[in-house]
Ligand binder design. Structure first.
Ligand code: ZN
Ligand code: ZN
Length: 726
């Protein structure tokens, strides 16, 4: 089945380059060991292609020149190529181009799917993820791909978490369970099934492709001064060109990259995902690797797959695994993981020696095909280990938009400019062509008329959907940037240079003082002022469970909510009546369950109340936070006086007794809590469940069962506080 044959190596030209006179540089061509060469003849390639995509019924065309020519004409017509009936270079190039796996002629299925969906409120589930892109970027790509279609139809697409979804999205490799195997890198990229029950309507993506946004690997950054912006490859640093993250210029071995093309001018940077920054899964809470570490008596100074049969790279997070048994998995390095060659899946090693020269980036030297490659050991000349460097990758957004077209009932078109043309091509323009719009509107009609301009009330236009299960979902918002999970957007408050100014300080106290009053004494009364109604608050400053009440803070006031008391909301109360030292704007609040101390955070300041006694304000530095932490955006008490403190996309372990964070515990939110938005503004614990808030929504996660999985996404007001939906 495999058409590939590996070639035996031979170094063709190895000049002895000690001549004195300068002479024109001869391109040195090297035959790389393990380089894949197709052994398919053009005719075999054509036969396989024609069969796979529905142009012929049998794989073997025998030697009937007539039938091959006939099939080629059909294909050429379908793909809008010159109809020669010959296997000419244009046709061969088309057959080698990356494309969708759905046949051009006939249906994908052996059993008939429906032509279209019979309901308009479709649901989708992202079942798993590719490692090539950050999860929130994948979520966003799919949401935008659905929005392409919802913009021109009455259809809506709602993300859910479970098999009841109409459209289940999956990444897989080779045979992935449906009898239509993928083919490794390039070639076939993805496929989808027409509408219907079960696998019908599902979309599958080949995870041996490099998934990107169409313009190279997407590497998110951490810390630094670019607020999580992705790396910009290539970038220049001290006049040199870098196509991957580097440790150059640092003594601590941390990988970093520039987030603009020119670091020397712009000086914007962040740290790249690496095992020296954090690990994933494992049992160490995301702690970074410790090198060297000992495993089965041997010393390791890099991540290893030893001791595992699944090929995952891991490391110990203490110096001795044999003794401590603490470990984590090493983050994928999408910027330097090679494909092909003879060490696929390993990392480029920079610098490496090739023909006696040192290379610190990928190179095209030695190749006739112009592809970038690198060595995976420090010396190619002696070790001969190499692979191809990451290329531009395929735009997950564009491929998904195409596949979702199939999932809605569309077939391929012969209009090369249309989204539903079977071949992949990258564009930055809106992907829909008139032909696509005509096709989808033939099935579903045009978009619903827009509602009348919204009256100036606070009544929400979008009501939460109420599916029969507990796992309700968020409606994608209009427009191309759907849903609350967007790409990592730089928050305005995450400035790296945390100056000496925090929030306005509330009073001159830096030592425990007596509060003059002891909290609200007046029973809340019914108020007719809409501003007093908790249900009219879109986004709360902070939410925390204090003394069995959920407290919701906003602009100097707070409400108390108890489910035990018939879902009663009390308030608003004034923050200054109960906690007079506090500013009116809070970022986050938590009560440490053992000591009943309440921690209040605002900007770079923290106050700790014990009853009516306050300590603070103190600067976050006093808790062990570095200057890069501009605010604390949430807290999850974890028992035993331990608390997880959040700041945007990172979190730390905090010891409430010593009132210090463990600076080494810095971890990424999306690694430990997959599926929650990375730019949330509040995190709190309520009735033993973790809530991550963004915009008007919360993501609820059950931390008790050991699997950190989002079990519900819903509105804070309607679903948590049981506000009427009007
Ligand atoms: Zn297709
Ligand atoms: Zn499949």
């Amino acid at each position: 089945m495999s058409p590939w044959l590996s070639l035996v190596l031979a170094l063709l030209v190895l000049g002895n380059d000690c001549s004195a006179a300068p002479r024109p540089r001869q391109p040195t061509v090297v035959v790389f060991p393990g380089d894949l060469r197709t052994d398919l003849t053009n005719k075999q390639l054509a036969e396989e292609y024609l069969y796979r995509y529905g142009y012929t019924q049998v794989a073997e065309l025998s030697d009937d020149k007539q039938s091959l020519s006939r099939a080629l004409r059909v294909l050429q017509k379908r793909l809008s190529l010159p109809e020669t009936g010959e296997l000419d270079s244009t046709t061969l190039a088309a057959m080698r181009a990356p494309r969708c796996g759905v046949p051009d002629v006939g249906r994908f299925q052996t059993f008939e799917g429906d032509l279209k969906w019979h309901h308009q409120n479709l649901t989708y589930w992202i079942q798993n993820y590719s490692e090539d892109l950050p999860r929130n970027v994948i979520d966003d790509a799919f949401a935008r791909a659905f929005a392409v279609w919802s913009a021109v139809t009455p259809l809506t697409f709602t993300r859910v978490y479970g098999v009841e979804a109409d459209i289940i999205i999956q990444f897989g490799v080779r045979e992935h369970g449906d009898g239509y195997p993928f083919d490794g890198k390039d070639g076939l990229l993805a496929h989808a099934f027409p509408p219907g029950q079960g696998i019908q309507g599902d979309a599958h993506f080949d995870d041996e492709e490099l998934w990107s946004l169409g313009k190279g690997v997407v590497v998110p950054t951490f810390f630094g001064n670019a607020d999580g912006a992705p790396c910009h490859f290539p970038f220049t640093f001290e006049g040199r060109n870098y196509s991957a993250c580097t440790t150059d210029g640092r003594s601590d071995g941390q990988l970093w990259c520039s987030t603009t093309a020119d670091y020397d001018t712009d000086r914007r940077f962040g740290f790249c995902p690496s095992e020296r920054l954090y690990t994933e899964h494992g049992n160490s809470d995301g702690k970074p690797c410790v090198f060297p570490f000992t495993f089965e008596g041997r010393s390791y100074s890099a991540c290893t797959t030893d001791g595992r049969s699944d090929g995952y790279r891991w490391c110990a997070t203490t110096a001795n695994y044999d003794q401590d048994k603490l470990y984590g998995f090493c983050p994928t390095r999408v910027d330097t993981t090679v494909t092909g060659g003879n060490s696929a899946g390993e990392l480029c090693v920079f610098p490496f020696v090739f023909l006696g020269q040192e290379y610190s980036t990928c190179t095209r030297d030695g190749r006739t095909d112009g592809r970038l490659w690198c060595a995976t050991t420090s010396n190619f000349d002696s070790d001969k280990k190499w692979g191809f460097c990451p290329d531009q990758g395929y735009s997950l957004f564009l491929v998904a938009a195409h596949e979702f077209g199939h999932a809605l009932g569309l077939d391929h078109t012969s209009v090369p400019e249309a989204l539903m043309y079977p071949m992949y091509s990258y564009t930055e323009k809106p992907p829909l062509h008139e032909d696509d719009v005509k096709g989808i509107q033939h099935l579903y009609g045009g978009p619903r008329p827009k509602p009348e301009p919204r009256p100036p009330t606070t009544t929400p236009e979008t009501q939460p959907t109420a599916p029969p299960t507990v796992c309700a979902t968020v409606r994608p918002s209009e427009g191309p940037t759907a849903g609350p999970t967007g790409p990592p957007s730089p928050g305005p408050t995450n400035a790296p240079t945390a100056g000496p100014t925090g929030a306005p300080t509330a009073g001159p106290t830096d030592s425990p003082t007596r509060a003059p009053t002891a909290g609200p004494s007046v029973a809340p009364t019914e108020s007719l002022d809409p501003a007093d109604n908790v249900c009219n608050v879109d986004i709360f400053d902070a939410i925390a469970e204090i003394g069995n009440y959920l407290h919701l803070f906003k602009d100097g006031r707070y409400w108390r909510f108890s489910e035990a008391q018939g879902r009663l909301v009390q308030g608003p109360f004034l923050i200054r009546d109960k906690w007079p030292a506090l500013p009116s704007k809070l970022d986050s609040v938590f009560e440490e369950p053992q000591s009943k101390k309440i921690f209040f955070f605002s900007g770079r300041q923290v106050w700790v109340y014990t009853g009516a006694t306050v300590l603070g304000p103190r600067r976050l530095d006093k808790l062990g936070f570095g200057p890069e932490v501009a605010q604390v955006t949430g807290a999850l008490p974890r028992g035993g006086g331990k608390v997880l403190l959040f700041s945007r996309q990172n979190f730390w372990r905090f010891d409430a007794k010593s009132q210090m964070v463990d600076p080494k515990s810095a971890s990424r939110v999306d690694r430990t809590f997959p599926g929650v938005p990375t730019n949330m503004h509040d995190v709190f614990l309520y009735r033993d469940k973790a809530y991550f808030c963004q915009d008007r929504y919360y993501w609820r996660m059950n931390l008790q069962n050991g699997i950190n999985q989002v079990e519900e996404v819903n509105y804070v007001t309607y679903d948590l506080l049981q506000c009427p939906e009007n």
